[in-house]
Design a protein around this ligand. Structure first.
Ligand SMILES: Nc1nc2c(ncn2[C@@H]2O[C@H](COP(=O)(O)OP(=O)(O)OP(=O)(O)O)[C@@H](O)[C@H]2O)c(=O)[nH]1
Ligand SMILES: [Mg+2]
Length: 279
């Protein structure tokens, strides 16, 4: 499949600015989504690993399978990485803040940067660390546009724009978009994305989530027929009684990305990542 480029100007500017800042920083916090920690790894952060220690923070613990997330934490720690998992909307970050406090140099504040791909929760993590709404948080990728400092107790922390992998292919973007970390328009729009998700849910034995939430049964028909059935069930209709497929697709994508269909881990430690196969 062809390459899909999504690397707007603010990502290029953000990565240049961060590279200039590296010498002033002590540590990076890499933010990834607990539902897919390999898919949401940042190649930009990987390129900085030799410069400074990188600690891992898995977000959206509340949307992932709990036992799989604790296996991911073990997996990171077995590689020698510090790692935590949070529901950033609810959890206190005391243990992470304590660990940061222990790294504080003797005569000044610790300086760190929060890094990662778009929409993984970097700004919400920063707000949790500093204990106030310092950074703008939003449901769409691409909210933070620049690099800025905030002050916490004993540390200074930089928020940064999400930096996508400029070389990621369509399959990677499709999987990222399902969990809200890429934009539908990058891979051909909502309909294509929703049909792909239906196919993936069916082939991975996850259709039961849709069945349980919306009582739409997979009777063996096409992915299009199932999207239509979802639209009918949710009342996404056009004048004359037909189904508004775009609206139905959007409802399905939103429900999956925000966990309303249930908690799902798309990746498990030791399993080959499924997003690699069709790229
Ligand atoms: N349920 C849940 N939602 C979360 C969690 N962490 C972040 N979010 C939501 O994810 C969305 C993105 O959060 P941000 O902090 O803006 O993400 P970001 O990485 O700064 O995004 P960009 O600046 O666009 O790259 C927001 O709607 C958050 O409320 C979490 O642990 N659980
Ligand atoms: Mg942000």
């Amino acid at each position: 499949m062809g390459r899909t480029v999504w690397f707007p100007g603010h990502m290029a500017r953000g990565s240049r600015k961060l590279l200039e800042l590296v010498r002033d920083l002590d540590l990076f916090l890499e933010v990834r989504d607990a539902r897919a920690p390999l898919l949401t790894a940042s190649p930009f952060v990987e390129s900085l690993r030799s410069a400074r220690p990188v600690w891992q923070v898995l977000t959206r613990r509340d949307l992932a399978d709990e036992s799989v997330t604790s296996r991911w934490i073990d997996w990171f720690r077995s590689r020698g990485d510090e790692a935590w998992a949070y529901d950033l909307r609810k959890d206190r970050l005391d243990d992470l803040i304590r660990a940061l406090g222990a790294r504080r140099p003797a005569h000044r504040e610790l300086r760190l940067a929060v890094l990662g791909i778009p929409n993984v929760g970097k700004s919400l993590l920063l707000n949790g660390l500093v204990g106030r709404k310092s950074a703008l948080v939003g449901a769409l990728p691409g909210i933070t546009r620049g690099v800025s400092w905030s002050k916490g107790r004993g540390f200074l922390v930089v928020d940064s724009p999400g930096i996508a992998d400029p070389h990621a292919g369509a399959s990677v973007h499709r999987h990222l978009a399902w969990i809200g970390c890429s934009r539908a328009e990058v891979i051909g729009g909502t309909d294509v994305l929703a049909l792909g998700l239906i196919g993936a849910l069916r082939s991975r034995g996850l259709w039961r989530l849709v069945e349980k939430s919306w009582q739409v049964v997979d009777g063996g028909g096409s992915d299009e027929a199932l999207l239509e059935a979802i639209g009918r069930r949710l009342g996404c209709l056009v004048r004359g009684g037909g189904v508004n497929l775009a609206q139905a697709g959007k409802r399905l994508l939103d429900a999956f990305a925000t966990g309303r269909l249930g908690r799902v881990s798309l990746e498990k430690p030791g399993e080959a990542p499924s997003w690699e196969e069709s790229d």
